[in-house]
Each structure stands twice: as structure tokens, then as C-alpha cells.
Ligand binder design. Structure first.
Ligand SMILES: *Cc1c(COP(=O)(O)O)cnc(C)c1O
Length: 392
């Protein structure tokens, strides 16, 4: 499958040749731990033990690498397992990382409470402001810049190409968490990023039925001392062992096949929900990169194909009204996570981002986050309207 093929062609076919044994058109679930060797060391197609490699996982890894236009993909048991592997593969005590000021709560917690005590230092930057990124870099010590765009839950946008230049000039590697946009809406490696990470739990899997993660490396990484990042990640994936299991890999692969059509529908529905929210009296602000008034709308328009399915908004009447609105909807499901076909609503301050309360990453109490699903949008809006007319 070449890079010349379109996105959905790659999603459906990359890494997924018909099964050589039976012709099965879908990659089988190789639910197996070990493989018969043809004589000692005579591995069939390189398969020896399923922590090191498993054919269903290989299919997923090849597919996601093809979708991101990268060199090699790695699939993990969760997004955070992948992020941990990247950090441990590439950083040593004394190194410094620049982390977004509105990073995914678990990412911030990882750098703050896991990597920190192991000697990896970090500073927080507003990734929507290039001066803030430059100021956070410690020349000689910063080895990694971590970017999420759009961010969770404030839908901030970072300029990937500009930050890649800043990071590279400082001798640091740029990692982009592409979970929200997905490979369909945004191609960080083509914009200069060195590594892409995903929580495939979200849009890539897309059906709220699997937890997983992925990492993809760029075709060429030229940051001095980190040129071998791909081999290091491969070594650490096997040495730490936080790999995706065969069934999880299969579910994620199945999800990826429809990623393009789903993201278009998520984006269509989100645009209509945004229009409704903008017109509602109870709403003080709508956060969506597709809005011309968004601080970095121009950057988003340049680097994203569309603006995706995540929408946040603030309630005029404050935290209490936000909490009550979340409880008053019936078609929207009150729940954490995002990116599934069904629409979710949540209160970040008390749910997904409760772990960052009291830190620099604390989010406003009047904020509601929506993961706009692919149901009929009129039904979604009617349900939201009912709740907002009472509590807004
Ligand atoms: C969910 C999420 C993660 C963590 O992924 P898990 O699969 O839950 O481990 C990382 N980054 C972002 C942006 C996320 O939404």
C-alpha cells in the first residue's frame, strides 16, 4: 500500500492483505502467545512470541503508520502505555520536557507524578502562543516538546509546523498527541513532528469498546542524539511490554476502516451543534477551532482538514448550571472518554480533569465538554435545547 493511495483506501487495506492461509478478507485475531519454529531460531515471518510481535497487532501497526505517513507504527495497551514507552525510550534523568498548559489530564499527571520523581523535569507552556513555547525551552536541557492539538477540554490549537522549528532549533524532538484530530484530519509528521501518539481508545477505535494506544515515528528523525528514536521505541515496546492484545488490535483495526467517514460525520454534526450553542442565551462562550473567533482559527484551518467532533462551552450561570445541564440531558450520555459513535457530555472540572484541580491546568467550573457523535444531529440538538432551556 503506497502513500499515493487515498486515506480511506489505506485505512481499509494497509497492513491487511487477505490471509495467506484461507483468503479471509479480514485480518484474523491471532489469539496466540507463541509460534512453532522451523528448527531453533527458524521463525516464520519473524514471529516468535506475541509480546515481541503478533500478526493482528502487526496489521494494526502497519495500518496506523500508513495513515500517519510515518515510518513505523507501534500499538499499545493504552494511550498512556504508548506515551510512557516514548518517554522512557527517549529521555534520561536530567532531561527537560515542555508540556501544554491544557494537556490531557493523564498526560500532565504522567509528567508531574511519574516521570518527575524519576528525574525528568518539565515546564508548562501555552502551546497556542509561540513566545510561551520559546520561553519554556531550556537550551541544552530540553529534549522533548509535547504538543496536543486540539487540546482537551479547551480546544486550544498549536501551530505544529512553527513549534517543530522551535523544538528542532533547540535540539529537541517534537511529539504530537493526535488523538483529537486523528490521522484523517491532521498529519503532524508532514508538518515536521518527529513522533505522533494516539489514544486509539477515542476516535481511531471509535466505538467505545476498546482501550488502546499507538505511536508512529517519522520517516526521518534528525534531532542530534535521537536519530535512532524508532529503534529505541521498538526496543522499549518489547522490553516494557505494554502491547496491544490481538483482540484489541482487531477491534481498533475495524474501527480505523471507517475513520474517514466517521470524522466527516462527527465534524458535520459538531458544526451544527456549535451553531445552536452560539445562538443560545444560557451559553457564554463556545470553544471550537472552526469558529472564526477562535484565537488560532487560522492555524487550525491551515493544518486541519476539518475541525472534528469535540466542542466545549461555558455556561453564563456558572458551575451549578453546568453540572445540572449535564444531568438533564437524556440522549447524550454522561460519561468520560470521547470519540465514539455515541454522543457524550461531561463536566471536565469534576470528571476528566478532576486530577488537575489546584494545578496550573485547572479548568473553569462553568465548562461543559461534548463529544459529538454521529447520531441524527436534530435529535442531539433537541435534547441539548431541552436541558439548556431549563438550566441555561
Ligand atoms: C484519552 C487520552 C489519552 C490517554 O489515552 P488512554 O488510552 O486513556 O491511556 C491521551 N491523550 C489524549 C488527548 C486523550 O484524550
Amino acid at each position: 500500500m503506497s502513500d499515493e493511495h487515498g486515506f480511506s483506501t489505506r485505512a481499509i487495506h494497509a497492513g491487511q492483505e487477505a490471509d495467506p492461509l484461507t483468503g479471509a478478507v479480514v485480518t484474523p485475531i491471532y489469539q496466540v502467545s507463541t509460534y512453532k519454529q522451523d528448527g531453533i531460531g527458524g521463525f516464520r515471518n519473524g514471529y516468535e512470541y506475541s509480546r515481541s510481535a503478533n500478526p493482528t497487532r502487526t496489521a494494526l501497526e502497519e495500518c496506523i503508520a500508513a495513515l500517519e505517513g510515518g515510518s513505523r507504527g507501534f500499538a499499545f495497551a493504552s494511550g498512556l502505555a504508548g506515551q510512557d514507552t516514548v518517554a522512557r525510550a527517549l529521555l534520561v534523568p536530567g532531561d527537560h520536557v515542555v508540556v501544554p498548559n491544557d494537556a490531557y489530564g493523564g498526560t500532565y499527571r504522567y509528567f508531574n507524578k511519574v516521570a518527575g520523581p524519576q528525574g525528568i523535569e518539565h515546564s508548562i507552556a501555552d502551546m497556542g502562543d509561540l513566545e510561551s513555547v520559546r520561553a519554556a525551552i531550556r537550551p541544552g536541557q530540553t529534549k522533548m516538546v509535547w504538543v496536543e492539538t486540539p487540546t482537551n477540554p479547551l480546544l486550544g490549537i498549536a501551530d505544529i509546523a512553527a513549534i517543530a522549528e522551535i523544538a528542532h532549533a533547540a535540539g529537541a524532538i517534537l511529539v504530537v498527541d493526535n488523538t483529537f484530530a486523528t490521522a484523517y484530519l491532521q498529519s503532524p509528521l508532514a508538518l515536521g513532528a518527529d513522533i505522533v501518539t494516539h489514544s486509539t481508545t477515542k476516535y481511531s477505535g471509535g466505538h467505545s469498546d476498546v482501550v488502546g494506544g499507538a505511536v508512529v515515528t517519522a520517516k526521518s528523525i534528525t534531532v542530534p542524539g535521537l536519530e535512532d528514536a524508532e529503534e529505541r521505541i521498538a526496543f522499549h515496546q518489547n522490553s516494557i511490554g505494554g502491547v496491544a492484545g490481538p483482540f484489541d488490535s482487531w477491534l481498533t483495526l475495524r474501527g480505523l476502516k471507517t475513520l474517514g467517514v466517521r470524522m466527516d460525520r462527527h465534524s458535520d454534526n459538531a458544526e451544527k451543534v456549535v451553531e445552536f450553542l452560539e445562538g443560545h442565551d444560557g451559553v457564554s462562550q463556545v470553544l471550537y477551532p472552526g469558529l472564526p473567533g477562535h484565537r488560532n482559527h487560522d492555524v487550525a484551518a491551515r493544518q486541519m482538514k476539518r475541525f472534528g467532533g469535540m466542542v466545549s462551552f461555558r455556561m453564563k450561570r456558572g458551575e451549578d448550571a453546568a453540572v445540572k445541564t449535564c444531568a438533564a440531558v437524556s440522549l447524550w450520555t454522561l460519561g468520560e472518554s470521547l470519540g465514539g459513535v455515541e454522543s457524550l457530555i461531561e463536566h471536565p472540572g469534576r470528571m476528566t480533569h478532576a486530577s488537575v484541580a489546584g494545578t496550573e491546568l485547572e479548568v473553569p467550573g462553568d465548562l461543559i465538554r461534548l463529544s459529538v457523535g454521529i447520531e441524527d444531529v436534530d435529535d442531539l440538538i433537541a435534547d441539548l435545547r431541552e436541558a439548556l432551556d431549563i438550566h441555561g
